[in-house]
Design a protein around this ligand. Structure first.
Ligand code: PMP
Ligand code: GLN
Length: 384
């Protein structure tokens, strides 16, 4: 194995899901829903297979999907040309990797917000670039994990080629607000940095908060590669339909890399996702409301079990401080939990370069049936 990939031999999700399966634990580790997406969308996928859409789709993605993506982005007031400014990818994961491979030179610096989704560091390494991390900080009073503006100012400079940003944020559930995004935008413009934004949880925002795409801020449309995918919005994480929206020059660079990673993907799913983007947003509103209740249900349960939860404003994750229960190391606790009480979570420290600063937090996923959450809560109570 090449040196730059040595730190990335296994993923925490594979590890924790295997452990949960082996021990019969309730799996609140890997984030995937345990119910299906909207019936109309599923029907279109089946019809597409029956109708013979089983060969390579066009390189940039099927026109019907690119048009639906362009239409969907108008909800934020942004306009993309489906022919030149949109690219369909194999999930957001490929979109992120292809963006870095197509836009970042070996040796360039890429700034990540810490904790970061696990594929970011691996994709930066694949591109031969160097990552620089800026940690979220706990806000006094609320415990919200917010942007450390001063740390971001210190990190972005002449060596920075790109900033890879995720909001709503996995694993913390933080939704960046307009003031935070304005600081990010200002620094990107000032230092001529490309922003790559991972917005896969764009619809999963709670308590009347708003998802604000960075591309909508002044000076950002021309330098932002906006990434999203269908998996989280329509409960179809296994379909792996994602997309990139950006000015034609940037999309062209991403496409150059993408075409030699996978060429194309997911032919029968593309019209299904197009259908969902056009017709199933009311279903997504119900999903959001249901997830908000699940967020509160798990937050209360974890609190009763003795954890100190941090606010989760979006996504389907919540983080919990294990120290009030007398533990210090979340990673060790996560390794023991399945066997000990039959619940799996994910230690936040694996998403960071500074495990010692993050070892008190464990991430739990709440995109599960209420009875599954209740069973997990019942088991977690055995800890105190
Ligand atoms: N980004 C984040 C923040 C995620 O949580 C995930 C996984 N759920 C992805 C990207 C990957 O998305 P996809 O399954 O569309 O590749
Ligand atoms: N995005 C999901 C999570 O954070 C899982 C993705 C994966 O298994 N790679 O849990």
């Amino acid at each position: 194995l090449v040196t730059r990939m040595r730190p990335f031999t296994s993923t925490i999700f594979a590890e924790m899901t295997a452990l949960a399966t082996r021990t019969g634990a309730v799996n609140l580790g890997q984030g995937f829903p345990d119910t299906d997406g909207p019936a109309g969308m599923l029907a279109v996928a089946k019809e597409s297979i029956d109708g013979g859409l089983n060969q390579y789709p066009p390189g940039p993605g099927m026109p019907v999907l690119r048009e639906a993506i362009a239409e969907h982005r108008t909800r934020y007031g942004t306009a993309y040309d489906p022919d030149t400014e949109i690219l369909v990818t194999v999930g957001a994961t490929e979109a992120i990797a292809a963006s870095l491979l197509g836009l970042v030179e070996p040796g360039d610096e890429v700034v990540l917000i810490e904790p970061y989704y696990d594929s970011y560091a691996a994709s930066v390494a694949l591109a031969g670039a160097t990552r620089r991390t800026v940690g979220l900080v706990e806000e006094p009073g609320t415990g919200r994990l917010g942007l450390d503006v001063q740390a971001l100012r210190d990190a972005i400079g002449t060596k920075t080629k790109a900033l890879l940003l995720n909001t709503p944020h996995n694993p913390t559930g933080t939704v960046l607000d307009r003031a935070e995004l304005a600081e990010i935008a200002r620094l990107c413009v000032q230092h001529d940095v490309i922003a790559i934004t991972d917005e896969v949880y764009e619809h999963l925002v709670f308590d009347d908060l708003e998802h604000i795409p960075l591309a909508t801020l002044p000076g950002m449309a021309e330098r932002t590669v906006t990434i999203s995918s269908a998996g989280k919005t329509f409960n179809c994480t296994g379909w792996k339909i994602g997309w990139v929206c950006a000015p034609a020059g940037l999309v062209g660079a991403v496409r150059a890399a993408k075409q030699f990673l996978t060429f194309v993907g997911g032919a029968p799913f593309q019209p299904a996702v197009a259908y969902a983007l056009r017709n199933e947003l009311p279903w997504v509103d119900e999903l959001r409301a249901s997830l908000q209740n699940k967020r509160s249900r798990l937050a209360e349960g974890l609190t009763e079990a003795g954890f100190a939860v941090r606010p989760s404003e979006g996504t389907y994750f919540i983080t919990a401080d294990v120290r009030p229960l007398g533990f210090t190391d979340g990673a060790q606790l996560c390794r023991e939990l399945p066997e000990r009480i039959g619940v799996a979570g994910v230690p936040v420290q694996v998403f960071t370069d500074h495990p010692e600063q993050w070892q008190h937090l464990v991430r739990f996923a709440f995109c599960k049936k209420d009875e599954v959450l209740d069973e997990a809560i019942r088991r977690l109570r055995a800890l105190s």
